[in-house]
Write a protein that binds this ligand. Structure first.
Ligand SMILES: Nc1nc2c(ncn2[C@@H]2O[C@H](COP(=O)(O)OP(=O)(O)OP(=O)(O)O)[C@@H](O)[C@H]2O)c(=O)[nH]1
Ligand SMILES: [Mg+2]
Length: 227
């Protein structure tokens, strides 16, 4: 009974996600679902990306958090439209929450809509929000075993960001080990090793994003795989 209930809930979510996808397709806005453990640096990466891409690439942001508007406040300070979703303890965003957020967000005509998911490597992976692509992030202080231990998150990612590269020498994190494990799950996703704090490695990430925006504008059926 419990299994059936869960599967029904997920099915209902998928239908709303499909509605979101249809709605968002109208504007040719690239929709990116950014996921990681708590504190890997999702909001910091968004801040850096906004600063880097600037007005040439208008963006909007949906922030997911259990409580507080702290992440949305950080994005708002940069002049980017943002809506905060508080899940009140829920461990992931769902398509219904995103649908409600879109009503309050001037996303149309913007090049990128970023959705920062709730910090969690497990639950967000199961919930389609209507995004074009998923980006999975891990920071070097978390260890290089995350793809092997949380496969779904990394299997379905269009790109993987390894953040906090500035701390690499203080950890036993191995980029080779991470890549080896990741390739067993996901042979194609580009890996961007960067520091959202110092900006090292950011150029490749930004160039990839610009490529995905261009693909979306051109109406490419798939914007998530090609590097
Ligand atoms: N050294 C270092 N610290 C970083 C880097 N990126 C983020 N941080 C720090 O890591 C902490 C968490 O960063 P956030 O960007 O808030 O992380 P988050 O993933 O958005 O966190 P949640 O929204 O709580 O899941 C902050 O203290 C950041 O300053 C980085 O590249 N290097
Ligand atoms: Mg955050």
């Amino acid at each position: 009974m419990q299994v059936k209930l869960v599967s029904n809930v997920l099915k209902a979510n998928d239908q709303i996600a499909a509605d979101n996808r249809r709605l968002l397709a109208r504007g040719r806005t690239l929709v990116v679902n950014l996921m990681s453990s708590p504190g890997s640096g999702k909001t910091t990466l968004l801040e850096r990306t906004i600063a880097e891409l600037g007005e040439a690439c208008p963006m909007a942001v949906v922030e997911g958090d259990l409580f507080t508007t702290r992440d949305a406040d950080r994005i708002e300070r940069l002049g980017v439209p943002v809506v905060q979703i508080n899940t009140e303890g829920g461990c992931h965003l769902d398509a219904q929450m995103v649908r409600a957020a879109l009503q309050d967000l001037p996303w149309e005509g913007r090049d990128i809509l970023f959705i920062e998911n709730v910090g969690n490597l497990v639950c967000p992976a199961a919930w389609d929000l209507g995004e074009d692509l998923r980006v999975a992030m891990v920071s070097v202080s978390e260890g290089d075993d995350k793809p092997a231990k949380y496969p779904r998150m990394f299997r379905e990612a269009a790109a993987v960001v390894v953040n906090k590269l500035d701390l690499l020498s203080m950890t036993d994190f191995s980029l080779d080990r991470l890549e080896e494990d990741l390739r067993l799950l996901n042979p194609a996703a580009p890996i961007f090793c960067l520091s959202a704090r110092t900006g090292e490695g950011l150029a490749a990430w930004v160039a990839w994003l610009k490529g995905r925006v261009a693909a979306k504008r051109d109406g490419a059926a798939t914007v998530g795989v090609a590097p």
